[in-house]
Design a protein around this ligand. Structure first.
Ligand code: ADP
Length: 396
């Protein structure tokens, strides 16, 4: 008999959802509402094998958005009763040092998510808005928060503490939290299955390369180091985010270039990374431009590769023994050239790619036979991971 979980990712003006069959992993329905609160919103509800419902209409707030979603399930299916809906899973970006796993949401948990808003001012308030509206619309079902940061709470203090005045760090909760935890957890577990070894015995490096990008070193199923920091701005070069820079650049841009803190925030988060280097934040366009010999795109790929190789090298050192490296997310799963530049010249460290396997598609090993460290492409599925965590919590 089917068991399903309704997975929700609420942004400030958007709502993404999927009804997931927990046991097969199949999406029974999915949808997206964009531009909530504007004069015209776009809404889409899709059920596999049927024509998608697409509407443009005014949806003033998240509560009305959930009303629309519920109406779609009633009108177009699937029937939530027949799908045996176990509960609702909410993606929450920042769980702070408090939430090391998924939790059932009550008023106290909602309050704590609110208290964490200063650490994720763009995300947590939007996630919470989604939670409040969903609890009102889907009353009677258990609601569960699944945090992007939770998987990384096993990172030891030596790796999560910044070398700044301890009192200030403690007072303002300044430390590394890390993000994309749901994806790193899903992929590292799947990788152990693919290696046919117990999770506890596998050391791996997961490279989640999408619009946002992060690397994680996983020892026996536990995150021990990750590239994002207190915020998702740190680490690798991303679509529009700079990743690591000398923090002194910020003072320079303020004092010498005359940019305000908000302007620098926008510069580093929204106008840097691939976009800042090449004029496009989309890796497909960067690769096309590099193939055509455009110098800025060629150089951007070199910068992306340099940063990735440095990160992989550091994580090999942190782990001591690494069994496998996994690439995942839009770029990691689809861009053979990026996987190539990420591991170029690392043969001496035991990482040997097979060019033909690297050029293929789907979940597979892409390292050469005999490569001491195996390299895999493992498609991520954050919705399924959230659904599983919800199911494990509400129906253990
Ligand atoms: P998000 O972080 O928003 O979930 P995704 O994981 O979907 O992002 O990744 C988006 C990135 O993946 C974009 O830079 C896009 O260009 C890239 N991408 C998607 N498909 C391909 C492809 N076939 N080849 C190269 N890059 C791709």
């Amino acid at each position: 008999m089917t068991r399903s979980v309704f997975v929700i990712n609420a942004g400030s003006s958007s709502l993404k959802y999927q009804l997931v069959d927990v046991d097969s992993g199949v999406a029974l329905a999915s949808g997206l509402i964009e531009r909530i609160g504007e004069t015209s919103s776009d809404a889409k509800h899709e059920v596999p094998g049927r024509e998608a419902v697409v509407e443009r209409r005014m949806i003033p707030d998240h509560e009305k958005a959930f009303g629309w979603v519920l109406h779609q399930f009633t009108e177009h299916g699937p029937d939530l009763g027949a799908a045996r809906l176990l509960g609702i899973g909410h993606r929450v970006v920042q769980g702070g040092a408090r939430f090391d796993r998924a939790v059932r949401i009550d008023d106290d948990v909602a309050q704590q998510i609110d208290d964490l808003a200063p650490l994720a001012p763009l995300h947590n308030p939007a996630n919470l808005q989604g939670i409040r509206s969903a609890r009102a619309t889907f009353a009677g079902y258990p609601h569960v928060a699944v945090f992007d940061t939770a998987f990384h709470l096993t990172i030891p203090p030596a790796a999560h503490r910044y070398a700044i005045e301890a009192r200030i760090a403690a007072e303002h909760r300044v430390r590394k939290y890390g993000f994309h935890g749901t994806s790193h957890q899903f992929v590292s577990r799947r990788l152990a299955e693919l290696l046919e070894r117990p999770l506890e015995d596998v050391n791996s490096i997961v490279l989640h390369l999408g619009n946002g990008a992060s690397a994680t070193a996983v020892r026996g199923g536990r995150s021990v180091e990750t590239s994002m920091g207190m915020t998702p701005l740190a680490g690798l070069v991303m679509g529009t985010r700079s990743g690591d820079i000398d923090p002194g650049v910020i003072f320079h841009l303020h004092r010498v270039a005359g940019l305000s803190v908000d302007e620098i925030d926008t510069l580093l988060n929204k106008r840097s990374g691939l976009l800042g280097l090449t004029g496009t934040g989309d890796m497909r366009d960067v690769l096309q431009a590099a193939d055509a010999g455009m110098p800025r795109a060629v150089e951007a790929l070199e910068i992306v590769g340099h940063r990735l190789r440095g990160t992989v090298g550091a994580y090999l050192a942190h782990l001591g023994r690494t069994d496998a490296i996994a690439f995942t997310a839009g770029i990691g799963e689809n861009a053979a050239r990026v996987r190539e530049v990420a591991l170029e010249g690392l043969e001496g460290l035991g990482i040997v790619l097979d060019p033909e396997r690297n050029a293929g598609r789907g979940e597979r090993r892409i390292s050469a036979d005999g490569s001491p460290i195996e390299v895999w492409v493992v498609p991520t599925n954050e919705e399924l991971e959230i659904a599983r965590q919800v199911a494990a919590l509400v129906e253990p």
